[in-house]
Design a binder for this molecule. Sequence first.
Ligand code: GUN
Length: 288
Amino acid sequence: MQKLKSMNPKLINGRLLSEQILTNIKTYVSNLIARPPCLAVVLVGEDPASHIYVRNKKYACAKVGFRSLEYKLSSEIDQDELIELINQLNANDDVDGILVQLPLPKHLDSKIIINTILPNKDVDGFHKYNVGALAVNQPNLCPCTPHGIIYMLDSLKINYHGKHAVIVGASNIVGRPMALELLNRGATVTVCNSKTVNLAKKCREADILVAAIGKPRYITVDYIKPQSIVIDVGINRLSDDVLCGDVDFENVIDLVSYITPVPNGVGPMTIAMLMENTLHCYKLKNRI
Ligand code: GUN
């Protein structure tokens, strides 16, 4: 299995691509005369997965030479206090990027919180200004996971015109911005969800299939057009602690031209794009 995942030429190696991006950023930062970029990460509550994601984001900052500030807050924090912290970070000239890890506890309104972040410090690209900018093909800061997927697709030198992309999942973090990114490049785009009627048939029309539904191995061979490109955004932990994606990788790989593995596919690209976005915020601020 591990051998299959490391040697097969059909694999899009997100680990390798992300390492190249991080190396380039590290070189850029090491040549800066001014202070390095700084990312502030806000984590509310005790969600174990969120703690792991935030730890990985901090590691990536250290790896490329960014400063990172971490704000670990009680799940009891009230909305006004959190808004106050974000306003302070907005006003802090030593902070280039701000990330509030999602999901937030239920009593907090994540839309209000995200829209409090200054658009030019919004490293996640979730602020409505940045989503709107992407929607009218004037991108500023783009959500990291879809942008990382575009980076992977571009590495294959694919021509988007005339290609049918089908996205399964319509979240603000992945599905919607993914649709906009692909539309902006000239693809024909269909956005589905798990309730879509005849989902397998729609997926079988996809030259590029992006699976982001959060259901382990849900996308089986019945959903795949031969020779298509399959991007698996899912990270699901099975009862035996094994990680798997939303795609039935072992069986689907025989049919496709390219596929992303889990792990070492989309995941590392998301973090690399977060570092790119932080650098973008730094450049915006310093007018570089
Ligand atoms: N939760 C899951 N993915 C993400 C992400 O990309 N950014 C933030 N802020 N929270 C998340």
